[in-house]
Design a protein around this ligand. Structure first.
Ligand SMILES: C[S@@+](CC[C@H](N)C(=O)[O-])C[C@H]1O[C@@H](n2cnc3c(N)ncnc32)[C@H](O)[C@@H]1O
Length: 261
């Protein structure tokens, strides 16, 4: 069966079906890039194309688009497991659009983009004058993609490969979560982790409403701020999803920062 890599994301269970041999091939490729990062950079370059076809054309991103051969190839042929970094997810797109339209919010703030993927939110934060920006992702290939995309937009962001859900302390004013509620396990992790955040931390979530996530967001005291219609390409990539919203954490809403919106 020929399926685009992106459509496969919605059938994540099927990723698990790849044979051990193929899984091992992917694993040994990724480990070998630790010794030779340039190999990874040139492969990302080869497999993606530079795109501005999204809600924030102010930034360029290397993505797998329908013009890339991987889009049409078999999922087993992709050397990367779950290459989430190769797509600009609806949640990230809406949140980045919101930040660009309300540029005062993160100016001079220290920002953490948790689950950064292609790095869009971190890049936008840097362009908008955030004082310190960290792009965090547990996928080492995402870290390489973030570095490449940052360079493409003439900014430098700090990268962090740790699973921050295991960290209790955090020194940042603003947390950005783009499309990080795509399954229930992750949503629970986000909710638990947020309990330890200081009261004055601004948490903004971009989310297209998969898996009943709006119900969890309401329970977590988030309020919807704005909803954006997606571009035709994003609608095509995300079967059945037409818009994506930005949610703000109620604890922060009560603070004077809210006047900046
Ligand atoms: C759906 S993608 C969203 C990427 C990006 N924020 C966007 O909106 O385009 C989710 C990303 O979160 C990363 N991720 C998953 N669990 C994570 C964790 N515990 N800590 C950091 N990143 C994580 C994945 O590797 C992936 O890049």
């Amino acid at each position: 069966m020929n399926v685009s890599v992106s459509r496969y994301f919605y059938l994540r269970k099927n990723w698990r079906i790849v044979s051990f041999k193929k899984f091992y091939r992917k694993l040994s490729f990724i480990s070998s890039t630790d010794r030779n990062p340039d190999r990874l950079y040139s492969l990302i370059k080869k497999l993606t194309e530079i795109s501005t076809d999204h809600l924030t054309p102010e930034i360029q991103l290397r993505l797998i688009t329908s013009d890339c051969y991987l889009w049409h190839s078999k999922v087993e042929d992709c050397l990367f497991s779950d290459p989430y970094w190769a797509f600009y997810w609806p949640g990230g797109q809406s949140l980045a659009r919101f930040l660009l339209d309300n540029s005062g919010i993160i100016k001079h703030q220290s920002v953490l983009d948790l689950g950064s993927g292609c790095g869009a939110l971190a890049i936008v934060s840097k362009l908008l004058g955030a004082s310190h920006v960290v792009a965090n992702d547990i996928d080492p290939v995402a870290i390489a993609a973030i570095r490449m995309n940052s360079a493409l937009n003439n900014v430098t962001v700090n990268t962090d490969n740790r699973n921050l859900f295991h960290e209790k302390t955090l020194s940042t004013n603003v947390v950005l979560l783009g499309d990080m509620l795509y399954d229930i396990g992750l949503t629970v992790n986000v909710a638990r982790w947020m309990k330890n955040l200081p009261n004055n931390t601004l948490v903004l979530i971009g989310d297209p409403g998969r898996s009943e996530s709006h119900l969890y967001l309401s329970k977590m005291n988030f309020k919807k701020v704005v909803e954006y219609e997606l571009t035709p390409t994003a609608k095509m990539e995300n079967n059945g999803i037409h818009s994506s919203s930005v949610w703000i954490w109620e604890r922060w809403r009560a603070s004077p920062f809210v006047e900046k919106i």
